[in-house]
Design a protein around this ligand. Structure first.
Ligand code: ZN
Length: 303
């Protein structure tokens, strides 16, 4: 069954029963965008049918925020005119393992899919911050968002004041850091600047509820940073991490305990490698990943 958790004249968010995974469909005057169509065969097909219903003569673009298997397994259910991803996604050396994860999941639950499982091939590869893509009046800006995975990205849809964030700023998940806590922090740091350049109020995470106003996503950002800093403090000083408060805030400890434990192991390795240091007085002096100037940004027009 398809479960729509949010809808306005342009944006429809389908949410899977599995992990509250969000698949976003956006209809503008000239294009239908489908972001991370996900999970069970009936859910993916319902998204496909919805797209067929609303598209009329519009182009269909598929956008993948990152290569985690749950976000890409709907790829071949769609006949896309263009596929968007980061360059790192396209060159991911772990492609075969990711496909294997999908096959394993499906086989474990005797799931049959009426479409082939393949690793997505990209037509438009995002290789740096602030790359635009315009199709008629639909204008998107892409930002690299490494940290969760190395190949994550965010996209801002200008006329909708909307940011689709991939697996960041969830209200049901603390940061799951598979790639780098340093990059994760940088990605969170640049969000206010992405906002200042593009102006978005609403933000859709990969899992959980959309943030429907600026305060909502800013609060999630603060919570994510606070989690990273608390973990760093605990690793660097030996002060125990307050897991009780973590599980008061996040409601799925039976699954998420392992993600927290993995975060601790990854960040301990980073600390031993000197990738970050803990200085409680230096928190005001945060990273400043420079974004390119507006005028120097790439632009590809396609009308
Ligand atoms: Zn995910």
């Amino acid at each position: 069954m398809n479960h729509i958790i949010y809808r306005d004249p342009y944006i429809t968010i389908f949410q899977s029963v599995l992990f509250q995974t969000n698949s976003t469909v956006i209809k503008t005057d000239e294009v239908v965008l489908v972001v991370d169509p996900a999970w069970l065969p009936d859910e993916v097909l319902a998204i496909r049918q919805y797209v067929d219903l609303i598209r009329e003569d519009r182009a269909v673009f598929l956008i993948f925020t990152h290569s985690d298997y749950d976000h890409i397994l709907g790829y071949r259910a769609f006949d896309a005119d263009k596929v968007f991803m980061t360059e790192a996604f396209a060159n991911n050396p772990g492609k075969e393992d990711i496909i294997e994860q999908i096959l394993e999941f499906d086989e474990k639950y005797y799931i049959e899919r009426p479409y082939p499982i393949e690793y997505p091939k990209g037509d438009f590869l995002v290789f740096r911050d602030g790359v635009h893509y315009r199709h008629g009046n639909t204008k998107m800006t892409f930002y690299l968002a490494p940290g969760h995975t190395a190949d994550s990205m965010m996209v801002v849809i200008w006329q909708l004041g909307l940011c689709i964030a991939g697996d960041y700023l969830s209200n049901i998940e603390f940061p799951f850091i598979y790639h780098s806590s340093v990059e994760y922090e940088r990605t969170l740091d640049k969000m206010p600047r992405i906002h200042d350049r593009n102006w978005f109020t609403r933000l859709i995470p990969g899992h959980g509820d959309p943030a429907l106003n600026i305060n909502d996503w800013l609060r999630r950002r603060t919570e994510s940073l606070a989690y990273i800093y608390a973990l760093r403090e605990s690793i660097a000083t030996g002060v125990p991490f307050d897991e009780d408060s973590l599980w008061t805030r996040y409601r799925y400890p039976r699954l998420q305990q392992q993600y927290h434990t993995n975060n601790v192991m990854l960040m301990r390795r980073e600390y031993e490698q000197g990738l970050w240091t803990w200085d409680p007085d230096a928190l005001s002096d945060l990273h400043s990943a420079d974004l390119p100037e507006q005028g120097s940004e790439l632009e590809e027009d396609n009308d």
